[in-house]
Design a protein around this ligand. Sequence first.
Ligand SMILES: [Zn+2]
Length: 304
Amino acid sequence: MMHRRLFVARLGLGLGSLIAGGTVHAAQTVKVVTSFSLLGDMVRRIGGGMVSVQSLVPDDGDAHTYQPRPSDMRGVTGAAVLVENGLGFEGWMDRLTGATRFAGARVVATKGIKPRTMRQGGGIVSVDPHAWQDPRNGVVYARNIQAGLIAAAPDHMHALTDAADRYALAIAQADSWIEQQFAGIPPERRRVITTHDAFGYYGDRYGIEFLAAQGINTDAEPSARAVAGLIAQIRKENIGAVFIENMTDGRMAKMLARETGAVVGGTVYSDALSPPNGPAASYLAMLRHNTTLFARAMRGGKLG
Ligand SMILES: [Zn+2]
């Protein structure tokens, strides 16, 4: 009898340790907050089950004009790692981290990338933050995220390195695939109209000229003069398609199409991913989707 009681007591202790062990394991998951969905996808690809990820700007959201919510404050406060794009993309981030006294590690995904600059209205030179649209930069993002996650969870160094290596390879393969899609398209057809200047890095990489009514930010309405100039250019250069961006108002693209006789080439994903059931739920899916639509429009094929 005495023995049995002792046995039960021991079993109880054993179960207790097992549960405690599970809790410790769960606590080892690295809590990561990212500024926007694309970075969230990259962190998941590299961190896998080792991370839990919250993205502040939602799918289809506009990071340029984003207003942090109270739930974002709570998310940032509890995070071990914060991943942001940098290059002035998240103008609200310093206020958010200041207000929450964020003391974790901050990863700037564009660290080491030579930024593209653009001459905006009034001759002001601005830094273009949309560096992820060049997949070679996407590899740099992946490596910066890898380094940030390893610093937060050094025990997982090997798994994180393996995952980042595989991911970097997949991005490089996407880059080659994109090049193939535009092969043979003559320079005069390599012109695309979008809502705001989000595809400059993509255009530089693949030899495509992107024109937009709005500059690299979406916080100001395009001027009547800028819109009139763009309409004249679309007509003069006989540009066949304008594209809606998922995170902006589609009315601009539709108006440009109406005024010029161009067709609306579909919705491309510039500054945010689609929801999970959409066509651009990951960075790699976004690259494939946008490229398919751009190439189709340039070849003058059926648009969708
Ligand atoms: Zn943008």
